[in-house]
Design a protein. Sequence first.
Length: 116
Amino acid sequence: MRTRDRRSPLLREPAPDSMGESVGLGGMRLVVAPAAGRLRHLPPMAFHQGDEWVSAGQALAQVEQGSSLVEVRAPLGARVAGILVRDGEPVAKGQPLVWLDDTPPPERLPEARASG
């Protein structure tokens, strides 16, 4: 008999590599740390305005692990909705780092409806 994974999507293990993502609600996606270490943000650092967009695969940050660096990449093209960890803070593997919102901007809604 097959059993279903009843854990919340937010509690599941992050995806392998640096594309750590946990599913959120609606169009929100939570990017998580792919490894433990110290977080280093990458430019541009103007994410505080809420209107910055990132492309799928774009590097958002790096996690320092001693002398090595592990990149944290956006799993999808989306708006940066929130930065949850400050530059230089220690992070644990799987710790939430960034909220992404993949809801199309108002000027692209007709485009999204036509393709959906």
